[in-house]
Design a protein around this ligand. Structure first.
Ligand SMILES: Nc1ncnc2c1ncn2[C@@H]1O[C@H](COP(=O)(O)OP(=O)(O)O)[C@@H](O)[C@H]1O
Ligand SMILES: [Mg+2]
Length: 252
């Protein structure tokens, strides 16, 4: 069974058909790219998948379970985590606490144990610290665990956002232009980390990117959106050699 199967997904904003007839199938452990020019509808697809917007039509099956039309919180519990095109961190919390905020969503100990710092709470807290530090190591942030998230350089903030999303232990990770605003060195290191996350955690990842050179190196399959519709879909090298795709990008 596919990890994500989307059929005929669509939404209009007033007279604008922002996403139309969108289909995608992503297998477990795949690193899949969703590309297309600015305004093509990529972020809207993520907003539909995560329940920020309710689709006008279509089905979204996550690991076989229908999630179309469900609320954001239900979809998060069902196993989809995302990052945003514009960073959203808890800027007044430490780097470590940002990751632990993700873990807290899934490790629920009783409120009473938490308030009185009972042994069950302390054990849970220790486990959470270890798991959070492990995730920070993946993104080479373990040395900055105690500093405020807002004091991290921009490129590291973007990495921290991914670490926090992973802390919720998702089935599917959605990354919206994770390299936006990064310099070429930071971008290369981020792409290596994304690939590592897929390999190491056997994570299923859907990656939005408008720069197709960036995704061509790491994604096995691509979907190209243009004016809300799929222009091409399939193996990366086939898609990138598709004349329609080349024209759409040259016309940008
Ligand atoms: N909440 C909204 N209300 C009205 N129009 C929207 C809304 N969200 C997105 N759009 C429109 O949908 C189109 C696709 O936007 P978006 O998904 O952000 O594109 P991309 O992420 O590919 O750059 C754009 O024309 C955008 O203006
Ligand atoms: Mg976008």
């Amino acid at each position: 069974m596919a990890m994500l199967e989307v059929k005929n997904l669509g939404i209009s904003f007033g007279g604008l058909r922002a996403v139309n007839g969108f289909d995608i199938t992503i297998e477990k452990g795949q690193l899949y790219g969703l590309i297309g020019p600015n305004g093509a509808g990529k972020t809207t697809v993520f907003n539909l998948l995560t329940g920020v917007y309710r689709p006008d039509n279509g089905n979204i099956l996550l690991d076989g379970q229908e999630i179309a039309g469900k609320k954001t919180i239900e979809i998060s519990k069902a196993g989809i985590a995302r990052t945003f095109q514009n960073i959203r961190l808890f800027s007044d919390m430490s780097v470590l606490d940002n990751v632990k905020a993700g873990l807290h969503n899934h490790h629920v100990y009783s409120a009473v144990a938490g308030i009185f710092h009972l042994p069950s709470y302390q054990k849970e807290e220790k486990l959470m610290n270890e798991k959070a530090m492990e995730l920070l190591q993946v993104f080479e942030l373990e040395g900055e665990a105690e500093i405020l998230a807002s004091n991290l350089p921009y490129g590291k903030q973007r990495k921290l956002e991914i670490a926090r999303a992973l802390a919720t232990d998702p089935k599917l990770l959605l990354l919206d232009e994770p390299a936006a605003g990064m310099n070429p060195n930071e971008t290369q290191s981020l792409m290596d980390m994304i690939r590592f996350v897929r390999d190491h955690f056997d994570m299923t990842i859907l990656l939005i990117e408008h720069d197709m050179r960036l995704v061509s190196g790491i994604c096995e399959e691509l979907s190209v959106l243009n004016f809300g519709e799929v222009l091409a879909q399939g193996r990366t090298e086939d898609v990138l050699n598709n004349p329609q795709v080349i024209t759409a990008y040259l016309g940008e």
